[in-house]
Design a protein around this ligand. Structure first.
Ligand code: C2E
Ligand code: MG
Ligand code: MG
Ligand code: MG
Length: 283
């Protein structure tokens, strides 16, 4: 870092370069080697089915085990990876790691139905993305139903991405629209790019509070989604009240700190063992 190099080194940085830019620059330089050395790791956040209160799957979330800076979360490097295109090889590594973990859990006899993987719009605009994902699954002996892909609104609005989404959906991969309710499109665009699931953004879920336990926006979103034959996932569920409200409102799945934080792969077996008791309590 600049500090380690000595006080004099600071003058080499342009004044307009803030700490974040300097960090992003450093991380960009280190990224290819990090990929080669397999420094990217996944954490897995459980998702539960609200009807049965059983585990329905996990979402994989990337972290960078940086040798100097420790465990870095995606807010530190995803934007840079998208701008530089490095998100393409990183995304492939995330898919590989997800498949490897899924196979290991199943070898241990753990029932993990699906793992959802976040996909950047930059990946989706690659004309071979769909084919690459399908080949990868095949090479691991996995089925399209083993994987879910989480896309964003930006991808829904891009014609090249829409083409890849069609390929993946037609092959039987479940596609979810992430962070729903934060952008501009709302429901109108969903008619042109059919997805299977909506993930209601945690900023909307946060409106469900103790004192104000009915959020008309969330309830209406669930009703509209149902009318469009979409499954609904609530993200960022942090309280029992939110969970109860969502269940009553007809939401299908929930994910959030109230259920579990994202956990490292080696804690997944322990979570599944515990989850059966803890989650089956009637809400
Ligand atoms: P996301 O896909 O919407 O993932 C949910 C984020 O919310 C995760 O942050 C998760 O740890 C956090 N979260 C989950 N439950 C709660 C809760 O109850 N309360 C609060 N406050 N937060 C909660 P994380 O892991 O830092 O990831 C941030 C974003 O980075 C993700 O948002 C996703 O857009 C992106 N990302 C993560 N992994 C990947 C990846 O492999 N590829 C790509 N392209 N993007 C990724
Ligand atoms: Mg996601
Ligand atoms: Mg989200
Ligand atoms: Mg997000």
């Amino acid at each position: 870092s600049a500090k380690k190099a000595g006080r004099g080194q600071y003058r080499f940085f342009d004044q307009s370069l803030n700490v974040t830019d300097a960090e992003a620059f450093h991380l960009e330089q280190a990224f290819p080697e990090a990929l080669a050395k397999r420094q990217f790791v996944l954490h897995f956040q459980p998702q539960v089915c609200l009807e049965t209160m059983r585990l329905s799957g996990f979402e994989s979330l990337v972290r960078w085990q940086h040798p100097e800076f420790g465990l870095l979360y995606p807010d530190r490097f995803i934007d840079m990876a998208e701008t530089t295109g490095l998100v393409i090889p990183m995304g492939l590594e995330v898919l590989r790691l997800t498949c490897e973990h899924l196979l290991l859990w199943r070898d241990e006899g753990l029932e993990v139905e699906t793992v959802a993987v976040n996909v950047s719009p930059v990946q989706l605009t690659q004309p071979d993305f769909g084919a690459t994902v399908l080949e990868l699954l095949k090479s691991y002996g996995l089925q399209p139903r083993d994987l879910e892909l989480e896309i964003t609104e930006t991808a829904v609005l891009d014609a090249r991405a829409a083409e890849q989404i069609h390929i993946l959906k037609n092959a039987g991969i479940v596609v979810s629209l992430d962070d729903f309710g934060t952008g501009y499109s709302g429901f109108a665009h969903l008619e042109s790019v059919p997805v299977d699931k909506l993930k209601i953004d945690r900023s909307l879920i946060a409106r469900i509070s103790n004192s104000h336990d009915d959020s008309p926006i969330v309830s209406s979103t669930i009703i509209l989604a149902k009318r469009m034959n979409l499954k609904v996932v609530a993200e960022g569920v942090e309280t029992r009240e939110q969970l109860v409200h969502l269940k009553v409102a007809g939401c299908d799945f929930a994910q959030g700190y109230h259920i579990s934080r994202p956990i490292p792969a080696d804690q997944v077996a322990g979570f599944i063992g515990k989850a059966v008791e803890a989650l089956e309590e009637p809400v």
